[in-house]
Design a protein around this ligand. Structure first.
Ligand code: UGA
Length: 441
């Protein structure tokens, strides 16, 4: 078993720490946020991610994961150190790498002997070179510091499964020692393991996320066309998806992509390409099409309601996708912002993300209200907008929902409901890239 240090116990760091512990390795998690560490030491996960709380509790209990706020201790404790600190976007869209730099400098100043620093946070290409340079500048004379890139491809909501059962593992290395250390760490995995140079590994991550975002914007573009010509985007995507070169995945039209990765990563890849002299119009268009999604949903609401100001609108689903409480760059943020300006009266519901949304949009009686259930949110509403395809929304008691509404109108921003069923229930139903079902009330 290989002792590991994981620096940063945010989303990527905690999943990495818990999953390596599950594989049997002793893991030291380092974070400067003492409050969070106190929570983690009780075996409690500070955010919602299916399966993660159980793993954290199990391995805190078994002593296989320990936590410290002492980075120097972390630097000295293990030969392999994963860097999983935050890289939030700066106002100009560039990733803020100050935490990565600080960690690299401190490790260099305090480590002795061999250390392999593995970047796992999503970082701009060439970050590893900067880490290397920082280490060279600050390292102690008896330290030998090696750098590697091991990008993560975890999806929120299924991160534990994705870590333990990946499609591939990418190892960007620049020394035999670094390669051998990482191959040993991942030796029990049966998926393809691709060993590359560091820039290539970093690029694989950028290109993968940008490509997935491009699929989503493509299908949303095609959905706009479908609406004009009376076609159905669900069937178009299905028809395309049977072609194995295309595949059905990530061709779901709707409110667009959100989260902490795609919006940021598409912009970062675009900027990086342009910095090295490569025109990035393709990605600019991916970003622009995604931005337009909220306007398209607002247009549907206007089509249904005529005037939005003063109307009561229920929003079901605030998280950027199901099975997470994450609202970063969620379509709901922008839609709620626009509707609140109206002003419409908003009634919001999400199974997990209401706590986080309250921090951005605090409840204001008569303006923004949080409901305990979808039916409560829909009570007295002139329209329901669905923004996250939570499983529980598929099996709602729509009869009851409809009885509580002032006018039975649903705008389904995720195409999760069946138009024929909604029509039968008497709803006026608008979705994305599919013919609207209107009634003469
Ligand atoms: C994404 C990638 O899928 C991971 O492989 C990657 O590791 C991660 O970013 C990262 O870089 O850390 P994630 O942001 O958790 O993972 O979410 P996805 O499941 O990829 O969904 C992203 C967004 O696209 C969501 O808002 C989702 O609703 C939207 N989406 C997805 C669509 O609108 N249509 C689709 O067909 C698929």
């Amino acid at each position: 078993m290989v002792p590991l240090t994981v620096i940063g116990t945010g989303y990527v760091g905690l999943v990495t720490a818990a999953c390596f512990a599950e594989m049997g390795h002793p893991v030291l998690g380092v974070d400067r946020d003492r409050e969070k560490l106190n929570l983690l030491r009780t075996g409690t996960c500070p955010f919602y991610e299916p399966g993660l709380d159980a793993l954290v509790a199990k391995h805190v209990g078994s002593g296989r994961i320990t936590f410290t706020d002492d980075l120097i201790h972390g630097a000295r404790a293990s030969r392999i150190i994963f860097i999983c600190v935050g890289t939030p976007p700066l106002p100009d869209g560039q990733a803020d790498l100050s935490q990565v730099e600080e960690v690299a400098r401190q490790i260099a100043e305090h480590a002795d002997g061999y250390r392999l620093l593995v970047e796992k946070s999503t970082v701009p290409v060439r970050t590893a070179q900067w880490i290397k340079r920082t280490c060279a500048l600050f390292r102690r004379s008896n330290a030998q510091i090696d750098v590697a890139s091991n990008p993560e491809f975890l999806r929120e909501g299924s991160a534990v499964h994705d870590f333990l059962h990946p499609d591939r593992i990418v190892l960007g290395v620049e020394s035999d020692e670094g390669r051998d250390q990482l191959l040993k760490l991942y030796k029990s995995f049966t998926c393809p393991i691709l060993v590359t140079n560091i820039a290539t590994a970093e690029l694989i991550k950028h290109a993968s996320n940008a490509f997935l975002a491009m699929k989503i914007s493509f299908v949303n573009f095609a959905a706009d066309v479908c609406e004009r010509v009376g076609a159905d985007i669900g069937q178009v995507a299905e028809g395309m998806g049977f072609d194995q070169r295309i595949g059905r995945a990530f061709l779901y039209a709707g409110a667009g992509y959100g989260g902490s990765c795609f919006p940021k990563d598409v912009k970062a890849f675009m900027r990086m390409a342009e910095e090295v002299g490569v025109e990035a119009g393709l990605l600019r268009e991916v970003d622009r099409i995604n931005d337009l999604r909220i306007e398209r949903l607002l247009a549907k609401l206007r089509e249904a309601l005529w005037v939005i100001n003063g109307k009561t609108i229920a929003v079901l689903g605030l998280a950027f996708k199901p099975n997470t409480d994450d609202i970063r760059e969620a379509p709901s943020l922008r839609l709620i912002g626009r509707l609140a300006e109206g002003p419409a009266r908003l009634r919001l519901y999400d199974p997990q993300a209401m706590g986080r949304m309250r921090e951005v949009f605090p409840a204001v009686p008569g303006r923004i209200e949080y409901a305990a259930s979808p039916a409560e949110a829909a009570q007295g509403a002139e329209a329901v907008v669905v923004l996250t395809e939570w499983e529980e929304f598929k099996t709602l008691d729509f009869e009851t929902l409809k009885r509580g509404m002032r006018t039975p109108i649903i705008v389904d921003g995720r195409n999760m409901l069946d138009p024929a069923e909604m029509a039968q229930l008497g709803f006026e139903y608008y979705s994305v890239g599919r013919p609207a079902i209107r009634h003469a009330f």
